[in-house]
Design a protein around this ligand. Structure first.
Ligand code: ZN
Length: 136
């Protein structure tokens, strides 16, 4: 794993929380994006070499809506950047971790992503992400 790429925070209202985080960090979001497949709207804030990702559910059956219902707003996942997501997924399965999806998916911010099941990671939802490289 290369670094903590971002920390995901589940929020009820992206506009309100975005304004709050903007005040906290002294600068606004550099990107807002809807990921239809995941049922989320996201805003990204840069902090040094890493990012804060705010996530708001776009529908009541989104994973974020269910998370907030159960645990309230707050830290939702930690995302680690990897250079080759498929290799890392294989390595982690070999280490006994459970993947939520067996193949990488397209996530926000031009990334291939995959999640580890929190049951196998001490309750921490872990995301792996790999930058999608432009094909030349
Ligand atoms: Zn994320």
């Amino acid at each position: 794993m290369l670094k903590v790429e971002h920390i995901g925070i589940a929020v009820k209202n992206l506009n309100q929380s975005g304004a709050l985080i903007g005040r906290l960090m002294g600068k606004g979001a550099y990107k807002t994006e809807v990921v239809q497949d995941e049922g989320v709207s996201t805003s990204f804030f840069k902090v040094g070499d890493t990012k804060i990702e705010l996530l708001e559910a776009t529908s009541p059956d989104s994973a974020i809506a269910k998370f907030i219902e159960k645990r309230g707003e707050g830290v939702h996942h930690i995302a680690f950047e990897v250079s080759d997501i498929e290799v890392e997924m294989k390595r982690l399965v070999g280490e006994g971790f459970d993947l939520i999806h067996k193949t990488p998916k397209k996530g926000a911010d031009n990334k291939l992503i995959c999640f580890l099941h929190p049951k196998s990671t001490n309750g921490i939802l872990v995301e792996l992400c790999q930058e999608i490289k432009e094909k030349e």
